[in-house]
Design a protein around this ligand. Structure first.
Ligand code: FDA
Length: 326
């Protein structure tokens, strides 16, 4: 693994550093590039903007790794409030406030936006049962609003629990999506197990620091495993969601999708809010389904650190913002 990435992820776990970075005004400026804002209204506004640009959205209420039941409950309620708002609100027409178009009522926001949920934010560290019950409440609210939930994937120590919870949720809400990480050695076999009809799987490289026993350490191995998984998912009966900003992998997905006879819309590309926005729009203009992962909320620290670890240019951006302040 890139030593800078390992260093940032290691430093990110230090509580003193967390307090300094979280309190620094400059952090907030950097955060704005990657995070929609702190409130449900911010999430709604950005979903409307992206939806109007022909993009789909998955909203993540920031927070993770809680060992506090009250905080897990707070997160669940934030999702329920968000899902109500997505159901009630409509996509704003071009250049205007939310409302109707000349041809009738605009689409609901829930037609373009779903939610992504980290199980550790809804209580996984307090027990699998609590995380399952809380995730089920979110899935039920999403179904009422005509939209879906995707379970984010976190450290490898939680992969089995997350897949068990997914299987339970899919008994009632088969539309629930999962994330698999190509840096994990096990992932091709997880892809094969999930590449079945109706199954939504987001494939990403993986964002955590993981040991060599379970995870590929070199970029080319992670990328090779990604391509292996692209083939498994595209040749299966499910709905694959390819989450990457990597231009080479985007090209390979396009080529493999054609090879397997997949029509645009029978799979999708996903990218993060604030990362390669022009590429997101280019793919959408070409008729591809593109979904943008939009985080919002006050607990942005862990998310920001993973974005910095991924890309030295993002660290440069952070340091330049810091220097321009002094
Ligand atoms: P990588 O970081 O290897 O970059 C490859 C190339 O992409 C770069 O060389 C550059 O060309 C281009 N690129 C990357 N970032 C760029 C930038 N900022 N600007 C311009 N070009 C850039 N992880 C996880 O562990 N669990 C999860 O649940 C999720 N969920 C998730 C959802 C979505 C929608 C996305 C896009 C990503 C995730 N991730 C994730 C994060 C994922 O695992 C991974 O860490 C990042 O997407 C970075 O990996 P890339 O595939 O983009 O390639």
């Amino acid at each position: 693994m890139n030593p800078l990435r390992t260093l940032i992820l290691a430093v990110a776990g230090n509580e003193t550093i967390r307090r300094v970075v979280a309190a620094a005004p400059v952090s907030r400026r950097v955060v704005r590039r990657f995070v929609a804002g702190e409130t449900t209204e911010d999430a709604i506004r950005v979903s409307g903007e992206l939806g109007r640009a022909g993009l789909r959205v998955t909203l993540d209420h920031l927070g993770e790794g809680t060992t506090d039941g009250a905080l897990a409950e707070h997160t669940v309620r934030a999702y329920l409030e968000l899902l109500d708002a997505l159901r009630e609100r409509r996509l704003p027409p071009d250049g205007g406030a939310e409302g109707s178009t000349p041809n009738g009522p605009a689409a609901r926001l829930s037609d373009v936006a779903e939610v992504s949920v980290k199980l550790s934010a809804v209580g996984l560290r307090l027990g699998e049962r609590l995380a399952l019950d809380n995730a089920a409440r979110i899935c039920a609210a999403a179904r009422r609003g005509g939209t879906t939930v995707t379970l984010d994937m976190e450290e490898h120590t939680t992969t089995d629990a997350a897949l068990r919870i997914l299987a339970r949720l899919r008994e009632n809400w088969p539309e629930t999506g999962a994330v698999l990480q190509s840096y994990l050695r096990r992932t091709p076999s997880d892809c094969a197990a999930l590449a079945t009809s109706g199954s939504r799987v987001r494939l990403c490289k993986g964002a955590y620091a993981e040991p060599a026993e379970v995870a590929h350490q070199y970029r080319h191995e992670v990328d090779l495993n990604y391509v292996r998984c692209v083939n498994i998912l595209l040749s299966g009966g499910g709905y694959p969601m390819f989450a990457t900003h990597d231009p080479r992998l985007v090209r390979i997905v396009a080529e493999r999708a054609r090879w397997y006879g997949r029509q645009p819309g029978s799979y999708e590309y996903q990218m993060l809010y604030g990362v390669r926005p022009e590429e997101q729009r280019r793919l959408a203009r070409e008729g591809e389904a593109v979904r943008v992962y939009v985080p919002y909320g006050g607990q942005w620290y862990g998310y920001l650190m993973r974005r910095l670890a991924e890309r030295p240019a993002n660290v440069g951006f952070f340091l330049r913002a810091l220097a321009s302040r002094s």
